[in-house]
Design a protein. Structure first.
Length: 95
């Protein structure tokens, strides 16, 4: 039996982590309100950075690295250029 390669485990785990974090953040689709939007963006930033660097950290960059790099860069760009909610939510202490 051949176990799942680390390349697949990393990308799936980060994808599920981002989904879970979005479900527990203060916004429209959040099921429970645990994280603020700023905290969500910080976590997403570090997950994107890890996804971007993972092919080199785990030495599989010779086999496959484009999906990790492209998704990592996409997540980083998303977190850096996303517009935070209005001041009404800030007053309600939701972000």
């Amino acid at each position: 039996m051949n176990p799942e390669p680390i390349e697949s485990k990393i990308i799936v785990t980060i994808g599920l982590g981002i989904l879970l974090i979005n479900l527990i953040t203060y916004h429209k689709v959040g099921l429970t309100k645990i994280f603020r939007v700023k905290t969500n963006l910080k976590i997403d930033f570090f997950l994107g950075l890890f996804l971007f660097a993972s092919p080199f950290l785990y030495q599989f960059h010779t086999a496959i690295f484009f999906p990790h790099l492209i998704l990592g860069i996409s997540i980083l760009i998303n977190t850096l250029f996303i517009k935070l909610p209005s001041k009404k939510l800030k007053k309600a202490n939701l972000i």
